[in-house]
Design a protein around this ligand. Structure first.
Ligand SMILES: Cc1cc2nc3c(=O)[nH]c(=O)nc-3n(C[C@H](O)[C@H](O)[C@H](O)COP(=O)(O)OP(=O)(O)OC[C@H]3O[C@@H](n4cnc5c(N)ncnc54)[C@H](O)[C@@H]3O)c2cc1C
Ligand code: SF4
Length: 495
């Protein structure tokens, strides 16, 4: 703690975002480039080094937050990068994308704005790359053991990097044409530019991890064959089986799943497509689902030039302050949050029919109607009470040429046949069953990330990848020095 009074003398200052009018004209990250480093040491100085760091416990990776806050306040960037990478393989991803449960658990947050922990993490990660503090770390010697990792999202990448560094020969199988999982084709460029992903993949290649893209295990290569070729297999295939909305009119054209829509916009940004065949340009867009995936659709539709965009949330608008009885500190509270996309919708008034930031809360879809060509033109909704029962007399109709369903995901996609070919046991809620050591019922086959935990967050995915790597290392060699930050049974403090 360079300045013991920092938390009293320095107000919280977030990484400033670019003006809305400017940023919606491009797909670059929403933040002002270069504006973080000049402010971040003073912000890190706000950390009170409070003795029992609840922030550290609230972070699924167990990031050593007070330690690197101190190092950043002293501008010791090399040591800060070492401490950060000791617990997190990909801090530039979490530094941009994590909802930061650590900040909800910050002791300062009891009665003041929390330390900008996520921004500090991002600054350390970016600075580490600039200054060459994140070189490839190939193993000193090889173990002679082989591991196949199926899926190249944050879980698979973290597992592969840990296992490669432990000396095992690792190949990552990915059914998409590019590496990254939801970070590649789900999460929009304006939340995280893909060059951050490329840089890590290059680092992993240099360490010896092999990547096999456009290869769906179960379809292009049999799961049993893969199992026989490797000493261990890690399933990190994500939870991409989306939830449906089986209402009258669902069959009309122009109603799509969010994960049908977002990948096309991402492919435009990657230069693979000139324009998206589902582009929102000139259309009235309604997004059904109030979560982050819906917000990503919102920001994407705004950038594509939609005529209007409205987001429906079935839950009532949360309050601005933490409900101390229901969600006491240091849990992650459900409060009203304004994401960058909601800020854009508010400033541009994308949905005159909705509340200020384009969200309609406590709104439930009733049905869709279309034109003579079978294309959706209207969405009919009703307001609901706290039990989600319709409130008579509150029915409304919104113009809708493009409807995006962002209702969450139920578990891993089974279409490739991987799960059935290995005869994997499944949980009633649709995820892969595993024991306390991440092992499935198939010998030598482990499961981690969204595929086994259920739809979650990148920070949990990285933590799962690190933990399953330790379990696999132990399975292959009898012991492991790899860290295991979580068990399969750990649950977030509500995020
Ligand atoms: C639109 C969207 C936005 C999100 N935004 C955020 C955010 O801002 N912050 C955050 O923390 N979390 C966010 N999430 C959640 C986060 O992306 C996931 O929790 C995380 O990516 C899960 O990682 P994973 O590696 O387990 O799975 P995934 O990222 O889903 O990766 C699984 C990979 O496995 C591949 N695969 C599947 N089956 C096979 C097979 N048979 N053979 C070969 N490969 C296969 C898939 O193609 C995919 O690439 C978002 C999710 C979505 C959908
Ligand atoms: S990974 Fe998320 S929870 Fe952990 S320190 Fe970073 S922002 Fe906080």
């Amino acid at each position: 703690m360079a300045d013991p009074k920092g938390f009293m003398t320095t107000p919280r200052q977030d990484w400033p975002r670019r003006p809305v009018e400017e940023r919606v004209k491009d797909w670059d990250e929403v933040y002002v480039p270069g504006a973080l480093l000049p402010i971040i040491s003073k912000q890190a100085d706000r950390c009170m080094d409070c003795g029992i760091p609840f922030c550290h416990d609230a972070c699924p990776l167990g990031n050593l937050i007070p330690e690197w806050n101190d190092l950043v306040s002293r501008e010791d960037w090399r040591a800060a990068a070492d401490r950060l990478h000791a617990t997190n393989n990909f801090p530039e991803f979490t530094g941009r994308l994590c909802p930061a449960p650590c900040e909800a658990g910050c002791v300062l947050a009891i009665n003041q704005p929390a330390v900008t922990i996520k921004n500090v993490e991002c600054a350390i990660a970016d600075r580490a790359w600039e200054d060459g503090f994140a070189p490839p770390r190939p193993p000193d010697r090889l173990s002679g053991r082989t591991v196949a990792v199926i899926g190249s999202g944050p879980t698979g990448l973290a597992a592969a990097q840990q296992l490669t560094r432990a000396g095992h020969t690792v190949a990552v199988y990915e059914k998409d044409d590019r590496i990254g999982g939801l970070m590649r084709y789900g999460i929009p460029e304006f939340k995280m530019e893909k060059h951050h992903l490329e840089r890590r993949i290059e680092q992993m290649r240099a360490e010896g991890t092999k990547f096999r893209t456009s290869t769906a295990v179960g379809r292009d290569i049999g799961a049993a064959e893969l199992r026989s070729r490797y000493d261990a297999v890690v399933i990190a295939t994500g939870a991409t089986a989306w939830r449906e909305l089986p209402l009258p009119g669902r069959e009309l054209s122009g109603i799509h799943q969010a994960m049908e829509y977002l990948p096309l916009a991402n492919r435009v940004c990657e230069g693979e497509l000139e324009t998206s065949p589902m582009s929102a340009a000139g259309k009235h867009v309604v997004i059904v689902g109030g979560g982050d995936t819906g917000a990503d659709c919102l920001g994407t539709a705004v950038r594509e030039g939609a005529a209007s965009v409205t987001q429906l949330d079935i839950y009532a608008q949360p309050g601005a302050e933490r409900d101390e009885d229901a969600e006491p500190w240091p849990t992650y509270p459900k409060i009203y949050r304004l994401s960058a996309a909601h800020e854009e919708a508010r400033d541009l008034q994308t949905a005159p029919a909705a509340d200020a930031d384009a969200r309609l809360f406590a709104a439930s879809t009733l049905h869709f109607t279309g034109d003579a060509d079978g294309h959706v033109r209207s969405l009919h909704l009703t307001e609901v009470d706290a039990q989600r029962s319709p409130m008579p007399g509150t029915e409304r109709t919104l113009p809708a040429d493009l409807v995006l369903l962002a209702l969450g995901f139920s578990g891993p996609d089974r279409e490739d046949g991987l799960i059935d070919q290995l005869g994997l046991e499944m949980e009633p809620r649709g995820t892969i069953t595993r024991d306390a050591g991440f092992a499935t019922n198939a010998p030598g086959v482990f499961a981690a990330g969204d595929a086994a935990r259920g739809q979650s967050l990148i920070v949990w995915a990285i933590a799962e990848g690190r933990a399953v790597a330790a379990a696999v290392d132990r399975y292959l060699t009898g012991s492991s020095r790899l860290p295991a930050p979580i068990s399969p049974y750990d649950r977030p403090m509500t995020v």
